[in-house]
Write a protein that binds this ligand. Structure first.
Ligand code: 13P
Length: 242
């Protein structure tokens, strides 16, 4: 199992439903990894490409974008945690807002999936975040608290789980909260409950080469979860650069 405390920061590429074999070859050829070994780089391709990228990886870890809460059995179309382990997958994004909104995933399901991963030595990256409507109503902290309370399993701790804060309105829009707002929200997550104090907390939502250093340099931000910019190897390399 990966020892999270060995790393100072995490840079997780969420490729969503993008990429093919040719793209992966080109991406790996053009990727420049950071020299600093305390920076952990994780690439999360589609489930179909996990095996290929796992066999071709060099200097980064591999993550999945989802897993079944069931161990095995009659669950057509699902992917088990055992299959992920077979492919040397060490991380898994869980409860991304696209899964919460489009696929109607609930906190309870996210909790079970995270627990399944932890039980099998994989690291869940549990996503939380408010929608624009919730932000405008001024209920961001209440929403985050509810997501944290219900989606983080009791077996979770700072050594086996990562939290990712992704404001839904910032995903793929080019909009980001102010630097002060990111810092304040991350501090809130860290301090809202003693248990989360030592967790690694990543920021996601329109992270790009031009804003990554400022965001990930914040004291309460331990790295980034990156969508669009992680599909461009040159730009992703700038985000990773020491
Ligand atoms: P963008 O970086 O494209 O805004 O996506 C963020 C995201 O959803 C990462 O999980």
């Amino acid at each position: 199992m990966i020892k999270l405390s060995d790393f100072s920061s995490f840079f997780v590429a969420n490729w969503k439903l993008n990429g093919n074999f040719q793209f992966i070859d080109e991406f790996i050829n053009n990727l420049m990894l950071p020299k600093d070994p305390s920076k952990c780089v994780v690439i999360c391709p589609t489930a179909i490409h996990l095996d290929y990228i796992s066999k071709n990886k060099n200097g980064f870890y591999v993550g999945a974008q989802n897993v079944s809460e069931h161990e095995e059995g009659a669950y057509t179309g699902e992917i088990s945690v055992d299959s992920l382990s077979d492919l040397n997958v060490n991380f898994c994004i869980i409860g991304h807002s696209e899964r919460r909104q489009i696929f109607k995933e609930k906190n309870e399901e996210i909790n079970l999936k995270s627990e399944r991963l932890i039980d099998n030595g994989l690291i869940p990256i549990i996503c939380i975040g408010e929608t624009l409507e919730q932000k405008e109503k001024g209920i961001t902290k209440k929403v985050l608290e509810e997501q944290l309370m219900n989606s983080v399993p009791s077996s979770s701790n700072f050594e086996n789980t990562i939290i990712a804060y992704e404001p839904v309105w910032a995903i793929g829009t080019g909009l980001t909260p102010t630097i002060e707002d990111i810092d304040e929200t991350h501090r809130y997550i860290r301090e809202h409950n003693e248990k989360l104090n030592k967790y690694k907390i990543l920021y996601g939502g329109s992270v790009k080469a031009s804003n990554a250093k400022e965001i990930t340099g914040l004291p309460n931000v331990d790295g980034a979860l990156i969508g669009g910019a992680s599909l461009k190897p040159q730009e992703f390399s700038v985000i990773l650069a020491d």
